[in-house]
Design a protein around this ligand. Structure first.
Ligand SMILES: *[C@@H]1O[C@H](CO)[C@@H](O)[C@H](O)[C@H]1NC(C)=O
Ligand SMILES: *[C@@H]1O[C@H](CO)[C@@H](O)[C@H](O)[C@H]1NC(C)=O
Ligand SMILES: *[C@@H]1O[C@H](CO)[C@@H](O)[C@H](O)[C@H]1NC(C)=O
Ligand SMILES: *[C@@H]1O[C@H](CO)[C@@H](O)[C@H](O)[C@H]1NC(C)=O
Ligand SMILES: *[C@@H]1O[C@H](CO)[C@@H](O)[C@H](O)[C@H]1NC(C)=O
Ligand SMILES: *[C@@H]1O[C@H](CO)[C@@H](O)[C@H](O)[C@H]1NC(C)=O
Ligand SMILES: *[C@@H]1O[C@H](CO)[C@@H](O)[C@H](O)[C@H]1NC(C)=O
Ligand SMILES: *[C@@H]1O[C@H](CO)[C@@H](O)[C@H](O)[C@H]1NC(C)=O
Ligand SMILES: *[C@@H]1O[C@H](CO)[C@@H](O)[C@H](O)[C@H]1NC(C)=O
Ligand SMILES: *[C@@H]1O[C@H](CO)[C@@H](O)[C@H](O)[C@H]1NC(C)=O
Length: 502
């Protein structure tokens, strides 16, 4: 018996020293990347202006930290300077170090992009074979984050070892600079990066690129449906449900320092309904994906700012345990729309915080992929399946059901924040960091999520809607393509616990 326990302890330890050892992304990284809304249309003004808006809109104080410049920033290599990458000075007249300085001055961090290939996806010079010289350039400019793509990889893929080795060359080059640079590996889930990514990177993309649709199938994103995880052609134009399905198989790979990346947020880009954007934000948070905004903040709509600003949902993402929620069930529905059959699913996962008593809080998600509103149910037996289901202690006690969307910022409040920003719609003006109604909103700069959770800060815990009784069922009305997201908090079990506390 003792040796069995010993082996388990060693296995756990081994799992934890596996993560890349650069001290970064102990909780999933948060920030903004220009790709989803701007593509190649990048410039110094865009990054500066967006960085200011991130501060102005209070997003920095909610944890959004990295401002990431995606593809299309370079202009060949300089043969007279070790073949280092040349910055496109039409787009970045003062060079990259100046951009990094401006972003750092605002208390934010700067990310950049390249590809582990001969070219980037936009056919600019790639970093394959130039890992050291490029890593040195980035470190010299003050870069804090690298998104490293997979285009034009010269066939150096197809086995886990080929992909690992190609990406590891950059991991080593980044490490050798001595500058902590968050390594965001982006090979679209090819060659099972969740197996080898944790040893070299802080996050790894698990699928082809996300698109701004909820469930639209697209032949450019093959491997669709609830069982399609083993995908040798990840493609792109992947819908939310496509990505959520693929994520369901690899949730156990997430841990502090290394995360499954479900790709950037589409919230605010206009292709989906409010319910659908809430679904993306909620699932990405619960699965511990990086939360990288992808919208044009100059024209952000109040309802989208309200989604991105939901601290109770972000607190699930930033929970110090770093354990992903897992899918508990999935059912097809009777419904058939233009995209085929609908589906419903339930996910649940442990959180570190024991804000209510001896049992850790749980997050529960009810996802309605049916083509009409539905009453959905989750039993405690299903929620606590991993703890023994019907025979678990947790299913036999009562739980507060706290709605993590109940205290969503109103559109009026979000609009007031947007209006108060003098930088709004104008990249060149100064910024106004006064946040309207700031005192009612969580400020993660003043108090980290980890501290807020161990203090049981009400702004992070959601609003109590009901109490579910022992062996009971949680029921929620869930909008078409929407989601219900709850934090379950154990109701202290009466006198015994009170005596213990005295
Ligand atoms: C080229 O690289 C060498 C060795 O890494 C370094 O000493 C030298 O300063 C570099 N030259 C330029 C122009 O960057
Ligand atoms: C480089 O790797 C070593 C060994 O894992 C680690 O201790 C160190 O912090 C890393 N340095 C950087 C800058 O990432
Ligand atoms: C988890 O929560 C417990 C109780 O609040 C706390 O003691 C512990 O430090 C937390 N763990 C992490 C990783 O923050
Ligand atoms: C799903 O939606 C369809 C119509 O939109 C409806 O007929 C059906 O009852 C719903 N529920 C299930 C479980 O299929
Ligand atoms: C949830 O429970 C309600 C009430 O018991 C029932 O009407 C409904 O059909 C259930 N929904 C599903 C999806 O099973
Ligand atoms: C939710 O709780 C917060 C803080 O406890 C409170 O200010 C707010 O009015 C509540 N919202 C709703 C919709 O009940
Ligand atoms: C900043 O916004 C606040 C709130 O709307 C306003 O009172 C203040 O005048 C603004 N400050 C500047 C410098 O624009
Ligand atoms: C943007 O700000 C600059 C500098 O404050 C000002 O001159 C310009 O008129 C503003 N443009 C708009 C569209 O508000
Ligand atoms: C958040 O807290 C920090 C540190 O206390 C403070 O500087 C900042 O102004 C606060 N932000 C808001 C939006 O109130
Ligand atoms: C579905 O639910 C939403 C949100 O509660 C509501 O606005 C809408 O009217 C409902 N639709 C139907 C057909 O009941």
């Amino acid at each position: 018996m003792a040796s069995v326990v010993g082996i388990t302890a060693i296995a756990l330890l081994a799992q934890h020293v596996q993560a890349v050892n650069n001290g970064l992304a102990r909780t999933p990284q948060m920030g903004w990347d220009n790709w989803n809304s701007f593509g190649c249309d990048v410039s110094e003004d865009l990054l500066q202006g967006t960085a200011r808006l991130i501060v102005d809109y209070g997003l920095k104080d909610l944890g959004y930290e990295y401002v990431v410049l995606d593809d299309c920033w370079s202009n060949g290599r300089d043969a007279s300077a070790n073949n280092s990458l040349i910055v496109d000075t039409e787009k970045f007249p003062r060079g990259m170090a100046a951009v990094a300085d401006d972003i750092h001055e605002l208390g934010l961090k700067f990310g950049m992009y390249s590809s582990a290939g001969v070219y980037t996806c936009g056919r600019f010079a790639g970093s394959l074979g130039y890992e050291e010289v490029d890593a040195n350039s980035w470190a010299e400019w003050g870069v804090d984050y690298l998104k490293y793509d997979n285009c034009y990889n010269s066939g150096e893929a197809g086995t886990q070892k080929l992909s690992h080795d190609r990406y590891n060359t950059m991991a080593k080059a980044l490490n050798a600079t001595g500058r902590p640079i968050l390594y965001s590996l982006c090979n679209w889930g090819e060659d099972y990066p969740w197996n080898w990514g944790p040893t070299i990177a802080n996050s790894w993309r698990i699928t082809g690129d996300v698109t701004d649709f909820y469930d639209r199938p697209d032949p450019r994103c093959p491997c669709d449906g609830p069982d399609a995880w083993d995908c040798s052609l990840p493609g792109f134009h992947c819908s939310l449900l496509n990505i959520i399905n693929k994520a369901s198989f690899v949730v156990s790979k997430a841990e502090p320092g290394g995360w499954n990346d479900l790709d950037m947020l589409e919230v605010g880009n206009g292709g989906m309904s409010d319910a659908e954007y809430k679904t993306q934000f909620s699932v990405w948070a619960a699965v511990k994906s990086p939360l990288i905004m992808g919208n044009d903040l100059r024209i952000v709509k109040p309802q989208d700012l309200a989604i991105l600003s939901n601290a109770a949902v972000i607190a699930v993402n930033q929970d110090p345990l770093g354990s992903s929620a897992a899918r508990r069930w999935y059912y097809e529905t009777d419904d058939v729309d233009q995209y085929g059959k609908g589906s419903i699913q339930m996910w649940a996962g442990s959180l570190n915080s024991t804000t209510g008593g001896e049992y850790s809080d749980m997050v529960v998600l009810l996802i309605n992929g049916n083509n009409s509103n539905m009453t959905m149910n989750a039993t405690l037996v299903e929620v606590f399946a991993d703890s023994g289901g019907a025979i678990s202690d947790q299913a036999k006690i009562a739980w507060e059901v706290r709605d993590l969307w109940a205290n969503r910022m109103s559109n009026e409040e979000a609009q007031a924040i947007i209006d108060a920003s003098s930088a709004s719609g104008n990249y060149t003006s100064g910024f106004n960091a006064t946040r309207v109604g700031g005192e009612n909103r969580y400020n993660a700069t003043a108090k980290s999520y980890s501290e807020g959770l161990s203090d049981a800060d009400e702004l992070l815990l959601g609003n109590v809607t009901t109490t579910v009784q022992p062996m009971g069922t949680i029921t929620a009305e869930v909008e078409r393509h929407g989601i219900a997201m709850f934090r379950l908090r154990a109701v202290p079990t009466g006198s015994l616990r009170k005596r213990t506390e005295l």
